[in-house]
Design a protein around this ligand. Structure first.
Ligand SMILES: [Zn+2]
Length: 160
């Protein structure tokens, strides 16, 4: 495994739409393993392939219990609403409030290409939607209603 460099929001790659994953091979497994290591070291809850410069539709989401590997994910259903703090490994040192659905159901393929469905609430729903938006070239900063001040970052215990 190897660490991958995380692109930051000035990189034009992050604004491009990713193409579907079509090959479920060793190259994909290496990318997934590298991304998992990168995500862990960065202490994040999610990471999408375009963030490491690979314009393919795949992402990782840490549910707190496991790290989901999602190839070609699609949102099937959302409901409810949550207003919470969001950050992104590609936007270091900034956090903002983003209104999101409180529930999301997603369909995706695993690393063998088998389709499955996964549901998430609260932070997991937020993360699923955030990561899938990366695959269409969108960042959460487009949806922020207000960024946290330095004081608030201390108060909420997030790193500035
Ligand atoms: Zn992000």
């Amino acid at each position: 495994m190897a660490l991958r460099n995380i692109l930051t929001d000035r990189d034009p790659q992050l604004r491009k739409a990713s193409r579907p994953v079509t090959e479920f091979n060793d190259r994909l497994f290496t990318l997934l393993d590298d991304m998992k290591e990168t995500l862990e070291l960065a202490n994040g809850v999610g990471l999408a392939a375009p963030q490491v410069g690979v314009l393919r539709r795949l992402c990782l989401v840490d549910t707190g219990e496991e790290v989901l590997e999602l190839m070609n994910p699609e949102i099937l259903e959302t409901s409810g609403e949550q207003d919470g703090i969001e950050g992104c490994l590609s936007v270091p040192g900034r956090y903002g409030f983003v209104l999101r659905p409180n529930y999301a159901k997603v369909r995706a393929q695993d690393r063998s290409g088998n389709w499955f469905e996964v549901e998430g609430e609260a932070l997991t729903a937020r993360c699923l939607i955030h990561e899938i938006e990366h695959l269409d070239g969108h960042l959460y900063t487009e949806k922020v209603t207000r960024y946290l001040t330095d004081e608030e970052m201390k108060e909420y215990g997030v790193e500035g």
